[in-house]
Design a protein around this ligand. Structure first.
Ligand SMILES: [Zn+2]
Length: 674
């Protein structure tokens, strides 16, 4: 496709990119295996033990594995693009290069940021300090939310889950500063410790912003108390995974009656949004929030909102603020000893703010068009394999099967980067890092609200091109693979098919299976939240997913801290099903061909499973693992390998695992779903 600007950049990245991957053997490198571990005892360690021994966690990383390896390579390319683009100041105004280059240059100018001190935040503080009476809270929150600043709850426009051809507004719970409600409410030693450190961190930040130590301490207590009341009313992450429970369409009058204490009409009026109906995602949260809004004095709201404005801006303020933010977010929550260098932080910020502008420059040097073709072929082979699986399922009736196949045939696929690039209609100034981010946030909010009443934009992407990840959207019924993940070890044009099917095929199968996980299976072919299952088939499905919950609940990656089988259910179903169909697609690809010769002593099926295990190898800090066990819907790396493989007869056969060995689960507790 043609890019909307001339290809005048010579980044000469070819050699640098090659040098970064030189020395790695394509596909499976035997040095990464630990042959002292038996594959049927613990396949994760068998396949990755060598790699785990030869790699350590970099000081500025909370986790380091295959995803981070690829991400670091992508980031090196982005760094070079950003350095070359920002070095030039003669780009046409408002061109992609001017925006990307000046945004990066402004962020890198630490001296200018230090010199301006807290001045850029002063107008926001002044707005907050204008709150004299809690009756003014709706207007103030509207003003802050319009600027993309947090407080209390969120409002955004998305597809109506039950009518996917229209947009609808959503009120969403929020308001807290810690990553999960558990941190406020649980009484174990780790949660208590983090809570105390959070309070100290809030006080420290307020002191940096000018409060006396005594006042800062009092205010930090107020903030923690108010956030704890919000956390108490918030739904758990397991409850949030239920799309039917989250769907509560209301008129504005109904919201006002259901969540009294806060003037909802006034809030939307101040935001300039004409709302006919909206989704009240968590009704009980908003009922509690209305009460809290009315009961909490204006002075406490001011304290709370000042903290959140400060917290949201920490990395755009003088050095001491960013360092204190890292001392909590990085060190305490994730256990990471060192902060990433500034260039990396600003590069990540540029990707977050101007992702599709930077992405245009990235795909030109990092995503050869041939890759798209090969990946599309693989997607089609996976699609055939899943269709065959559905047709042959022994637990599902013909009626539901027909519906499942209709949905499966309707899957959309996006690969590499968008056909139509997003435009960023806000000013980017070379001398205003703070203002650039604020203007970007306000623009993003405005752009989102403007969707109300318009036709659904099906060209949009939810991830930027360099992202090492992929996703399934239930409302769009589509799977999306950014250019960033289509690289070794996920996808290696030089590797044999077995390995590519085990790694990227697994990822593709995983995303496809999301369309049929416990949540995705509640959406139909058109992306509507609508039941298409017979009652008997629904029950047969749930008795199988219950087995998945039990299997993962039993895993204990940290002493006393288990995997949450219900929180991770959708991802685990996608892992188990994805691996199964990727293997079937690999076998289909061999039909009519001679059996491929073993490589390094490993047969094709063995290399398939080694490829799959490679994807999830990682080192992770204990604090980061604990954080993820509470918040991440994905299981940890080891469980993402050993969990699915130990359910899969194709794996036992490939490695000769026998009954009673840990990697061969008993048939009675083995969920075969997709
Ligand atoms: Zn997933």
């Amino acid at each position: 496709m043609a890019s909307p600007f001339r290809a005048s950049l010579c980044l000469c990245l070819g050699l640098a990119t090659l040098a970064l991957v030189a020395g790695e053997k394509p596909g499976v490198d035997p040095v990464n295996i630990d042959a002292s571990v038996k594959p049927c005892e613990d396949f994760y360690t068998y396949a990755n033990g060598g790699w785990l021994k030869s790699h350590t966690l970099p000081a500025d990383k909370a986790r380091y594995g295959a995803f981070e390896e690829v991400s670091e390579r992508n980031r090196a390319i982005l760094k070079q693009i950003l350095e070359e683009t920002s070095a030039k100041t003669t780009w046409a105004k408002s061109s992609v290069q001017q925006k990307v280059g000046d945004f990066y240059a402004a962020g890198m100018d630490e001296a200018a940021i230090d010199k301006r001190g807290l001045a850029p935040l002063k107008p926001i503080f002044a707005t907050i300090d204008g709150l004299q009476d809690t009756k003014q809270l709706p207007a103030l929150l509207a003003k802050l939310h319009t600027q993309g600043l947090p407080g209390g709850f969120g409002f955004f426009v998305g597809q109506d889950a039950k009518e996917s051809t229209r947009y609808m507004g959503n009120l969403m719970q929020g308001g807290t500063g810690l990553p999960d409600r558990d941190y406020y409410l649980k009484d174990d030693a780790r949660s208590r410790d983090i809570r105390a450190k959070y309070e100290a961190h809030v006080a420290k930040m307020l002191q940096l912003a000018g409060d006396s130590p005594a006042l800062a301490a009092v205010r930090a207590k107020v903030i923690l108390e108010l956030e704890t009341r919000m956390a108490t009313a918030q739904w758990t992450r397991v409850e949030l995974r239920n799309p039917m429970k989250r769907y509560n369409k209301r008129t504005l009058d109904q919201v006002a009656a259901e969540a009294p204490g806060f003037d909802w009409q006034g809030y939307f009026q101040a935001r300039g949004v004409a709302v006919k109906d909206l989704n009240l995602s968590q009704p009980s949260y908003f009922k509690a929030f209305g009460q809290l809004a009315a009961e909490t004095p204006a002075t406490q709201w001011r304290t709370y909102l000042r903290w959140h404005a400060l917290n949201a801006s920490a990395n755009l303020l003088p050095k001491a603020f960013g360092e204190e933010a890292f001392a909590f977010q990085g060190k305490v929550l994730n256990g990471t000893p060192e902060r990433e260098p500034r260039a990396k932080r600003i590069e990540a910020l540029t990707d977050a703010i101007l992702g599709e502008a930077l992405g245009q420059l990235y795909v030109k040097v990092a995503f050869p068009p041939e890759s798209k073709k090969r990946v599309l072929d693989m997607v089609e082979n996976l699609r055939v394999a899943l269709r065959e699986r559905i047709t042959n399922l022994d637990w599902m009736g013909a009626e539901t099967k027909q519906q499942a196949i209709t949905k499966h045939n309707a899957f959309g696929v996006k690969i590499g980067y968008p056909d139509k690039w997003k435009t960023y209609a806000f000013d980017v100034k070379r001398d205003d890092a703070f203002g650039n981010v604020r203007r970007a946030s306000a623009f993003r909010v405005q752009e989102n609200l403007a969707k109300l009443g318009k036709a659904i934009d099906r060209t949009e992407w939810g991830m930027t091109p360099p992202t090492v990840n992929a996703y399934y959207s239930a409302s769009m019924n589509e799977i999306v693979f950014p250019a960033g993940i289509l690289q070794p070890p996920f996808f290696d044009p030089k590797a044999d098919d077995a390995v590519n099917y085990g790694s990227l095929g697994f990822v593709i199968g995983h995303e496809m299976t999301h369309g049929f996980d416990d949540s995705g299976s509640q959406f139909d072919a058109q992306g509507n939240l609508k039941n298409w299952w017979t009652e008997a088939d629904k029950q047969a499905y749930e008795s199988r997913t219950d087995m998945v919950v039990k299997q993962y609940d039993a895993y204990e990656p940290l002493k006393g801290e288990h995997v949450n089988g219900k929180l991770t259910l959708g991802e685990n179903i996608a892992d188990i099903g994805g691996l199964k169909i990727a293997f079937a697609a690999y076998q289909n690809s061999l039909k009519g061909k001679p059996v491929p010769a073993a490589i390094d002593g490993f047969t094709g099926p063995q290399r398939f499973f080694l490829g799959a295990a490679t994807v999830w190898r990682n080192h992770i800090r204990e604090a980061a693992l604990s954080l993820r066990l509470k918040t991440d819907p994905h299981s940890p790396g080891r469980e993402r390998v050993n969990g699915p493989l130990s359910n899969l007869p194709e794996f036992y056969e490939a490695f000769g695992c026998s009954d009673g060995q840990p990697m061969k689960r008993d048939a009675k507790v083995r969920p075969a779903i997709w």
